[in-house]
Design a protein around this ligand. Structure first.
Ligand code: PLP
Length: 231
């Protein structure tokens, strides 16, 4: 059943690629496994899933310890500075960097492990008050400031679009993030590349792919609805 969900999502990703003249291999599917038990991740692992997204530090460390080492973990949630040290050597990407102070902490902890950590800059494209992320105007100065950190590799931008009934409503936000990324790329900031665009969730990933997403973060569509009652 879990496998059926993955196959269904896979078909839709392929269809969105076909519609927009994109190649499937240019899009990374991040299986967002937050709140789901290790057994379920193991099942997905066994049929080939290797990229998981989590939004809580403690869940990453627990699942990291319980599952094989060839998994690529993506931290997609808001990250507190005092917790960076617990995941710095466990995650491949941090999608949610939105302050210089957080970037400084990542730099410091990465240096201790002699690592370069790949990060994305979170942008609040829709200007929602409830959301983390920089406003579009803040992104270039922010990237210029953190580009000098030698243990951080800025790889692109990330956004969490509003929750909407009709995913078409989010198309302008995805399109705006892509334009911002192209703009910033044209500035050729040292040590910065804009190859990644992390946008699109269960409700709107097809539109996001049509608008240029290179990473889609899908939870409910793969693992089913989340139950927060036990948190
Ligand atoms: C939970 C979460 C997702 C996945 O959401 P679904 O709607 O279940 O696909 C994607 N991105 C972030 C940042 C999340 O926290």
């Amino acid at each position: 059943m879990l496998k059926d969900n993955f196959e269904e999502v896979e078909k839709k990703i392929q269809a969105a690629c076909d519609r927009s003249g994109r190649r499937r291999e240019d899009i990374t599917l991040i299986a967002v496994s937050k709140t789901k038990p290790v057994d379920m991740l193991k099942e997905a692992y066994d049929f080939g899933t290797r990229i998981f997204g989590e939004n809580k530090v403690q869940e990453i460390t627990e699942k990291y310890d319980a599952l094989p080492r060839d998994i690529s973990w993506h931290m997609i949630g808001h990250l507190q500075r005092n917790k960076v040290k617990y995941i710095i050597d466990k995650v491949d990407y941090i999608h949610s960097v939105d302050s210089v102070r957080l970037a400084e902490t990542i730099e410091k902890e990465a240096a201790k492990h002699n690592l370069t950590v790949k990060i994305l800059v979170e942008v609040n494209v829709a200007g929602e008050e409830s959301k983390f992320g920089l406003s579009p105007e803040e992104v270039l100065p922010f990237i210029e400031e953190i580009s000098e950190f030698s243990h951080i590799q800025v790889c692109g931008l990330m956004t969490i679009a509003p929750f909407v009934e009709n995913p078409e409503e989010n198309r302008p936000y995805f399109s705006r993030l892509r334009k911002l990324s192209v703009d910033i790329d044209s500035k050729k900031v040292n040590n910065v590349n804009m190859s990644m665009l992390s946008m699109g969730m269960t409700n709107d990933y097809e539109v996001a792919i049509e608008e240029g997403a290179t990473m889609v973060r899908i939870g409910t569509g793969l693992f089913g609805a989340r139950n927060y009652a036990h948190e």
